[in-house]
Design a protein around this ligand. Sequence first.
Ligand SMILES: Cc1ncc(COP(=O)(O)O)c(C=O)c1O
Length: 371
Amino acid sequence: MPEPLSAPRPNPWIAAIEAYVPGASRAEGGVPVIKLSSNENPHGASPLVAERLRAHAHDVHRYPDGSATDLRRRIGFLHGLEPDRIVCGTGSDEILQLLPLIYCGHGDTVVHVRHGFMVYPIAARRAGAVPLAAPDRAFTADVDSILATVRKDTRIVYLANPNNPTGTMIPRAEVMRLHAGLRPDILLVIDQAYAEYLPEPDPDGALALARSAANVVATRTFSKIYGLGGLRVGWATGPAPVIAELNRIRAPFPIASPGLVAAAAAIADQDWVARCREANARERARLAAAIGALGNHGLAAVPSAANFVLMTCPEEGPLAASALHAALAARGILVRWLPAQGLPHGLRISVGTEDENGRLIDALHELCAAA
Ligand SMILES: Cc1ncc(COP(=O)(O)O)c(C=O)c1O
């Protein structure tokens, strides 16, 4: 008989995971905070949400509808999708994390872009799969590079479009070319977390592709433009067999009842969504222009389609990304430094309110002047 272990031992592929690091939400020494580190909606959710949540406060003793029937009906109506081909999750994160558990065997591979969302490699490793990073071109997903990274044992390709943390996007034709270049047994997961920041209802065609193709899933979230990050509501649509597998293994009650109530209210207020989209486009342009004007200090803004801007910084000195990150934090302005995403010289700045962005721009001017 082998010696019993002295303590429970985690699976080695779990112990190898580098845990997700959320955006900072506190500054040192009680300095009041401007949080531009998590790509949230700085205007918050539609006012309808608070109203419906107040009314719901007396109903929290009941379990929620684990199938999110009403919410799926509303999502289907808005996007022209069959509710039966939608699954809701504890944020889109839950769904992104479940897919490798369904489709990957131990040692299989999952492809994502190098400067991509940190959840994809975590999701792959949770399933015992191996994440493979495809190099980007000019901070943008490169279809040829993704296709060249795919191997015989690849089961899933993740594409965030627009991408986090770069904010760049590939057009519909490139998404179609990527899909056409993949074997039919590879699942293409198109993460549209930031799609509502574009005016078109399906900006890269992912929803349409998830309706027609047998190997495409599109995911969306209520955490970004809908302003419900704290309530954890996301969804996916795709082929019926994929949705059936997700339903088989998802949590029985993935969304707490306040999340369901809030998401139903939020999706009903498309005027709010449109206003937030316009405010974001205006402020994002202002932020990008202000960063561009500091080009003589080595700062530059990568063109963004989302609610954040990737700012590239000089490699050394007081304006290097790590130093700037710390100097902004000391002023209570929290942005995201990105060494884990292969961008040690980059800071991701979420677009805030007009006032917040003004304070960030003032701080950048002061820090550049002092450098
Ligand atoms: C590309 C991308 N996908 C998914 C998510 C997660 O969204 P959720 O809050 O729905 O889990 C994020 C959040 O930052 C994201 O940037």
